[in-house]
Design a protein around this ligand. Structure first.
Ligand SMILES: Nc1ncnc2c1ncn2[C@@H]1O[C@H](COP(=O)(O)OP(=O)(O)OP(=O)(O)O)[C@@H](O)[C@H]1O
Ligand SMILES: [Mg+2]
Length: 499
C-alpha cells in the first residue's frame, strides 16, 4: 500500500478490483469545492473551527495574563505606597519633635528652622497661635491642606492623607505640637513613586499583550494540528467524489482516530462496491439490448426494402416502427456512452492540432454545406484536444441545427484570451432564455424538440456534448444568434505556447 499526505491520517489507494478487459478508467479532475460549503446570500457566515480555537486560546491567555498583571500591579502598588508613606509619616513626626523646643525662639527664626527641620519635604507649614508660617510663599493658610486633615490635627491627633496638588500626588502629614499650641504639616511629593508605578503598569500591560499574541499563535498551531486528520478525511472524501473510488484512510499511531478511519474506509468500500455494481449493470444492460436491436434493425431494413409490396396501412406502420427502432438504437448508444463517461471508463487521447484543420474536419460530415468563418488568425491557433470528442460536439450542434432550425447558417471560429470558441449558428426558432440551461440536462428536450411530436431525439445529445467539453477542459453554452435563431458555442483552451 502506498500512502500520500503527511498528517495523522494518510490517504492510500487500495488495489483496484477486477474490472475485466477494456481501457483503464480515466481519472477525472477533482471537482470544484462543493457549493454547499460556500456561504449562501443572507446567511450568517460562521466562524471556522480553527478561528474559534485560536480566539479561545487568545482570550484565555488575555484573561490569565490580565489577571496576573492586575494582581501584580495592585499588590506592588500597595506595598510600595505603604512603605513610602510609613517612612514619610515617621519623618514628619521626627521633624515635629525637632521643632518643638525651638518654637520658643523669636518668630523671625522660624522659617529658617522650618526649612532645616523639613529637608525631605516638598513644603513645610507651621501653625502657631492662629498664625501660619510656610517654607514657600504660602497662599491664604491653610489652602493646600485638606480641611478634614487640618481639623483632625487641630483637635490634637496626628493624621495623614494623599492629595493632588497641581495634578501631582502629594502625601500630607499633620502632627500636633500641643505643648506650644502649634501644629506641624509636611507635604511630600509622591511623583517619583507614581512614575515608578506607571512604568510597572506599562510593562505589565505590554507583557499581557505579548502573552495574548503568543496564546493566539499557540491556538492557531494547536488547531491546525488537531484539525489535520479532519482535513485528510475531507481530502479523501473529495478524492472519492471526483472518481478515485479506491482512496482510503490509514491510521499511523493515534488509536483514538481508528474509529473514524474504520468507519470512513468501510463506507468507501460499500460505496465503491455499489458504484461498480451499478456501472457493470448499466453496461451489461446496454450490451444485452444491442444484440436484439441489431437483429431488429436488420430485419427492418429487409422489410423496408420490400415496403412497396405492403398495403398502405402496413407501410405507415413500418415507417413508424423504423423511426422508433432508430430512436431506440440511438438511445442505447447514447446511454452506453454516457454510462462509460460516468464510470470514468471513457479514455481521452489529447493531441495538438491547428484549430483550422480541426474545425474544417469536424464540419465536413455535416448534413448540408455550411460556411466556416475564421476571425483573425484563429485558424492558425493550436489547441490540445481529443479530436473524436470535439467532432462529436460539433456533429451534435450541426445535427440539432438540421433537426430544429432548418440547418446551420454559419460556423464561426475566434479566439479570446486563453480560449478558442467555435459557434454553430442557425436562424431557426432559437432557444428561449428559460430553456438555455435546461436543454443541457440529461433527457431534457426543449420546446422545439417537443414540437416535433414523435421526433427522433432522446434529449441526451447536448448532455453528452457537455461531458465531452468538460473532459477537454472547456464548456458548451447557447446564446442568441443575430438577427434570429440560436448560436451553440464550444469553448476550449488554446495551447499555451502558441498564444
Ligand atoms: N439549434 C437548435 N434550435 C432550437 N432548439 C434546439 C437546437 N438545438 C437543440 N435544441 C433544443 O434542445 C433540446 C435538447 O437537444 P439535445 O441534442 O440534447 O437532444 P435531442 O436533439 O432532443 O436528442 P438527441 O439526444 O437525439 O440529440 C432539443 O430537444 C431541442 O428542443
Ligand atoms: Mg440532439
Amino acid at each position: 500500500m502506498s500512502g500520500s499526505g503527511t498528517g495523522l491520517l494518510r490517504r492510500v489507494h487500495v488495489r483496484p478490483k477486477e474490472r475485466g478487459p477494456g481501457p483503464r478508467p480515466a481519472r477525472p479532475e477533482r471537482p470544484a469545492p462543493l457549493s454547499r460549503t460556500e456561504p449562501r446570500p443572507g446567511h450568517r457566515r460562521h466562524v471556522g473551527l480553527r478561528a474559534r480555537i485560536t480566539i479561545t486560546f487568545a482570550l484565555g491567555a488575555a484573561v490569565l495574563s490580565g489577571t496576573i498583571a492586575g494582581i501584580t500591579y495592585f499588590s506592588v502598588r500597595s506595598s510600595v505606597v505603604n512603605q513610602q508613606t510609613t517612612s514619610l509619616y515617621h519623618e514628619a513626626v521626627a521633624s515635629a519633635e525637632v521643632l518643638r523646643p525651638e518654637l520658643q525662639l523669636p518668630v523671625a527664626a522660624w522659617p529658617h528652622l522650618l526649612e532645616g527641620a523639613s529637608a525631605g519635604a516638598k513644603e513645610a507649614i507651621l501653625y502657631r497661635k492662629h498664625d501660619w508660617y510656610a517654607t514657600s510663599p504660602f497662599p491664604a493658610p491653610p489652602s493646600p491642606l485638606p480641611a478634614a486633615l487640618t481639623r483632625t490635627v487641630m483637635s490634637g491627633n496626628a493624621a495623614s492623607e494623599t492629595i493632588l496638588v497641581r495634578s501631582t500626588p502629594v502625601y500630607a502629614v499633620g502632627v500636633p505640637i500641643p505643648a506650644v499650641d502649634s501644629a506641624y504639616f509636611a507635604l511630600f511629593s509622591m511623583s517619583e513613586v507614581a512614575g515608578t508605578l506607571h512604568v510597572l503598569l506599562a510593562s505589565l500591560l505590554l507583557a499581557a499583550v505579548v502573552v495574548t499574541l503568543a496564546g493566539a499563535l499557540l491556538g492557531s498551531w494547536a488547531a491546525s494540528r488537531a484539525l489535520r486528520p479532519l482535513h485528510e478525511a475531507a481530502e479523501a472524501a473529495l478524492d472519492i467524489a471526483s472518481g478515485h473510488l479506491d482512496t482510503r484512510l490509514e491510521t499511523d499511531e493515534y488509536a483514538d482516530l481508528a474509529v473514524l478511519t474504520t468507519a470512513f474506509n468501510s463506507m468507501a468500500d460499500r460505496l465503491q462496491d455499489r458504484i461498480e455494481r451499478e456501472v457493470s449493470f448499466t453496461s451489461d444492460v446496454n450490451h444485452e439490448l444491442r444484440s436484439p436491436l441489431t437483429t431488429l434493425a436488420a430485419s427492418l431494413s429487409v422489410l423496408e426494402g420490400r415496403s412497396d409490396e405492403l398495403p398502405e396501412r402496413s407501410q405507415r406502420a413500418l415507417a413508424l416502427l423504423g423511426a422508433e427502432v432508430r430512436r431506440f438504437r440511438r438511445l442505447v448508444d447514447e446511454l452506453l456512452e454516457i454510462s462509460r463517461i460516468d464510470a470514468g471508463l471513457s479514455d481521452v487521447s489529447m493531441a495538438e492540432v491547428p484549430l483550422g484543420d480541426l474545425v474544417r474536419r469536424s464540419v465536413s460530415p455535416s448534413p448540408g454545406p455550411v460556411p466556416v468563418e475564421f476571425v483573425g488568425e484563429s485558424a492558425e491557433s493550436y489547441v490540445v484536444v481529443d479530436k473524436r470528442r470535439f467532432e462529436r460536439i460539433l456533429a451534435n450542434f450541426l445535427q440539432n441545427a438540421q433537426n430544429y432550425a432548418g440547418g446551420a447558417t454559419r460556423v464561426k471560429v475566434w479566439t479570446a484570451g486563453e480560449v478558442a470558441r467555435v459557434a454553430v449558428e442557425d436562424e431557426g426558432p432559437g432557444i428561449p432564455p428559460e430553456e438555455r440551461l435546461r436543454i443541457f440536462d440529461r433527457f431534457s428536450r426543449g420546446s422545439s424538440g417537443r414540437r416535433r411530436g414523435l421526433g427522433e431525439g432522446t434529449g441526451l445529445g447536448l448532455a453528452i456534448a457537455t461531458e465531452h467539453a468538460r473532459m477537454l477542459g472547456g464548456r458548451v453554452y447557447v446564446e442568441d444568434n443575430v438577427p434570429r435563431g440560436a448560436r451553440f458555442v464550444v469553448e476550449i483552451p488554446l495551447l499555451k505556447e502558441a498564444q
